[in-house]
Design a protein around this ligand. Sequence first.
Ligand SMILES: Cc1cc2nc3c(=O)[nH]c(=O)nc-3n(C[C@H](O)[C@H](O)[C@H](O)COP(=O)(O)OP(=O)(O)OC[C@H]3O[C@@H](n4cnc5c(N)ncnc54)[C@H](O)[C@@H]3O)c2cc1C
Length: 487
Amino acid sequence: MSGKKITSKRVVIEPERSIPVTAKVDVLVAGGGAAGFGAAIGAARTGARTMVVERNNCLGGTATAGMMANLNVTGPHLIGVAHELLCRLADIDRAWFGRVVTFSPELMKQVMLEMLEEEGVKPLFYTMISQPIVEDNTVKGVIVENKSGRQAILSKAVVDCTGDADLAYRAGAPCTVGREEDHKTRPMTLLFRLGNVGIDEIIEYCREHPDQFIPSPYWNVLQKEKKVLRIEGFYDIMEAARKRGELDSNIHYLRFEGVDTENGTIIVNTSRVYDLDGTDAQQLSIGEIEARRQMMQILQVIRKWVPGCEDAFLINSATNLGVRETRRIIGEYVFTHEDAGNKVRFNDTVARLWRRAGHKWLAGMPGVEMHSPDAGEGLRDEAFNQRMKTYDPDKIPPPPEKDFYFPYRSLIPQKLDGILVAGRSMSVSHLGDTWTRGIMIVMVCGQAAGTAAALAAKDNVEIRGLDISRLQKELIDQGVELGEEGT
Ligand SMILES: Cc1cc2nc3c(=O)[nH]c(=O)nc-3n(C[C@H](O)[C@H](O)[C@H](O)COP(=O)(O)OP(=O)(O)OC[C@H]3O[C@@H](n4cnc5c(N)ncnc54)[C@H](O)[C@@H]3O)c2cc1C
């Protein structure tokens, strides 16, 4: 405790001290997940000296360290930097598949890194951003902590892509958490990868038991082309296992993400941890322990009951627990589920985006959500069962993708200047985030935020005072689709 004065049993007072400024940049991107990657590319291509600071040892966040290897969007609807990234992956990796997009998390890490390096951006890994530097309500940089100690990085503009709005929140931006009425958040999931899986036997089981699976574009591909990209269901197997006490009651279905299935490997996306705060390290630790306990249950059930998996073995688990929802900023505009559904075209649109319709849509149900904060919400009910009895992938096309527009104001926190927020903590409502939290979507919104930050830094103007038409033109030049001009 040298240098620290204990003033009570509850707090210590840290003495004032000088912190070395180790870098000065135009745009500092906090967090190198999908959104941070997009932001860094957008900023660098707009001519900004750009730096990305990331606590992990890789780029991609949930998409790579979280092993979440599926974009939830079909190839033709990829835009901007997401399109470039996936095309580059497709050149080197067979996992890409035109109509639905899956990828290898390991290759994704590398391609993201190469693309940043080509833009002259070198990420600073193994570094936690602890505080924003704020003067007169303007964010001027960040304080970071790493093996080298505590350092300051000064920046003309900051893009908060921490997923949790860590910086905006600490700088004083109004924020909210979870569902509006009770602030509960969606469940967390730890993904893991299995080897020695008998894909042919799994496919045979799927084709013989179509009522056991959620219809989706992935399902149509499996039926027609015998390719596993994602399968979700195995309802009877899971229900029987729950009844035998082999599984927790929260675990309703089994989902396989099909990456590298040719080599007998598959990613399991199934555990569900509820009612924990992903911005609290202690609760995250509880979540990690709980998810690992569930992983062992799920592993045993797969080995025992899923055909072709008797000799499956655990290759690895995700580096980071998958956190779907935490804090979001309440920005200059809060984007809603209704805005998306009504396809509101904003004057300050920064992207026209696409989202695949959910399984509830297929089942003819009004809901939009399969990851509700309520533990135990059944995914299979009578309406679903009825619909499944008549579902025929040869006759019913894959569910449509729906387009929507995203506004610039939802990237800007209230009350602050010098900072934008992109990624899953953008200014959207709880249900709005079913449209906006997908990997491709946060990446493109990140690109918009990075581009805006670079323009603001270049012109020395306030972020909320940026010339929107200039930003839109720059984004179009970068391959981002904005759709028709309108209201
Ligand atoms: C289990 C699960 C399943 C999902 N399924 C799909 C799917 O099928 N398809 C789809 O498109 N989307 C899916 N999503 C959603 C999607 O993966 C995420 O919403 C998206 O990847 C979030 O990207 P992000 O960049 O906003 O945040 P993150 O991926 O969380 O990235 C934030 C980055 O910031 C870093 N960071 C955080 N705080 C700090 C700090 N203080 N200092 C330094 N670095 C920091 C983190 O290490 C991380 O790299 C899923 C999410 C989960 C959790």
